[in-house]
Design a protein around this ligand. Structure first.
Ligand code: AMP
Length: 213
């Protein structure tokens, strides 16, 4: 079984939703740098203050900042059985720093979704600020309006999920993150998954890769 995993894909591909389901099924932690940075921002820590401007503009937070928090997180005892990196690495230097830190991956799962669908998904997205679960106004509404199915917190619209900021996030992805597909392909770690269709079907595609290892 492959248990040291990374989810790759553009904003709105469903990485977080799929990572969360997989983490529950495999009982390994989901490590989302976006969630960690949003929590730091909400708490007003020095890290959060430094990251806030970049995040609100849809730009990437500097590599050294993100690499630092991930290294710290991966030193935790709960990653011994595996982990799912969600939203990290986002640049080739981040991927190099991960490898230099001695962190090996078993599979990089590249989730692809057509661009017009990404926009529709992001602009209808409702997010849980407490547990990171995501819903969609039309396609995947919560059972009770405005409330997270998973933890009961009030759902929000992320500030960077507006149409304008989404455009910048997509450009950041294309310029800086998309090259990671070739980086991991060269290392024999890349697996492609189509990110369209019912959530269960996408999860099953991912499980096939995880279980085949
Ligand atoms: P996400 O929740 O993964 O969409 O991330 C939200 C925002 O957090 C991004 O648009 C970036 O500003 C920042 N961020 C998250 N992960 C990273 C990363 N690995 N490198 C740089 N910035 C990141």
């Amino acid at each position: 079984m492959r248990t040291r995993l990374m989810m790759l894909g553009p904003p709105g591909a469903g990485k977080g939703t799929q990572a969360q389901r997989l983490a529950e099924a495999l009982r390994i932690p989901q490590i989302s740098t976006g969630d960690m940075l949003r929590a730091a921002k909400a708490q007003g820590t020095p890290l959060g203050l430094e990251a806030a401007g970049y995040m609100d503009r849809g730009e990437l937070v500097p590599d050294e900042v993100v690499v630092g928090i991930v290294k710290e997180r991966l030193a935790g005892a709960d990653v011994a059985q595996g982990f799912i990196l969600d939203g990290f690495p986002r640049t080739v230097p981040q991927a190099e720093a991960l490898a230099e830190a001695g962190v090996q991956l078993d599979a990089v799962i590249n989730v692809s979704v057509p661009e017009d669908e990404l926009m529709a998904r992001i602009t209808g997205r409702l997010s849980c600020p407490s547990c990171g679960a995501a819903f969609h106004r039309d396609n995947h509404p919560p059972r009770q309006e405005g409330t997270c199915d998973a933890c009961g917190s009030a759902l929000i619209v992320r500030k960077d999920d507006s149409a304008e900021v989404f455009g910048q996030r997509l450009r950041s992805y294309q310029a800086k993150t998309a090259p990671l597909a070739a980086f991991y392909q060269d290392r024999g770690l890349l697996f492609e998954v189509e990110g369209t269709g019912p959530l269960d079907v996408i999860q099953a595609r991912i499980r096939d890769i995880v279980d085949a290892g």
